[in-house]
Write a protein that binds this ligand. Sequence first.
Ligand SMILES: [Zn+2]
Length: 240
Amino acid sequence: VLRLFLAAARPLYAGARVVCPCCGGRFRAFVPYRIGGAHDSICPRCGSLRRTRLLLLYLRERTNLFQDALRVLHVAPEAGLQDLLRAVPTLDYTSIDLDSPIAMHAMDVTDLRYEDHRFDVILCSHVLEHVIDDRKAMREFFRVLRPGGWAIIQSPVRRDSGTTVEDPTVVSPRDRARLFGQPDHVRLYGRDYVERLADAGFMVTVDRYAEETDEDTLARHGLRRSMHAVYLCAKPSTTA
Ligand SMILES: [Zn+2]
């Protein structure tokens, strides 16, 4: 449905003021879009959200993803990003999701059917806030990552709260929306999100990429300075 809507809207967005890093499309503007009560803007061609465009810029500028031969696991793949990464000849790319029709394999993040140390890179954006046993998922990511590998594990994090709000007895979509921000979220992370990732074994760098990026670059890609930090999670090369 979204794709049909975008196809219909596309002529209205003809232009070249903004560019989508995921599909390379140039437009007059991104399409205003409401998702889970928040205002976003999406690419008229590939449907990328702000956070996906930010992630791709980050991957290009601050990681080795496009330089080295790497085995990549993409969790809950965003369509535009998946198309782009699959076309990179140096990447051995796999995507998984519990039930997304575009993912290559159906899999539960708390029970990955991969051997230890299989991947060099894991990309996982806005998944763990939906997962009941998120600590298990984090441990699974750590397990299948090779020592020296890295993951980007993004979740909505409340910057004004130190503590994650979580209550397994809250199950109705309405209560979840009120307490956790969206009907299908099972918690609302606070700044202790970093400690949770560290508990799984990761060395976490909170990279305030959007805050450090110039206005022109942000505007050209439909991004905002106030966007979430990037959580870069490294697996130490030698584990004790
Ligand atoms: Zn796009």
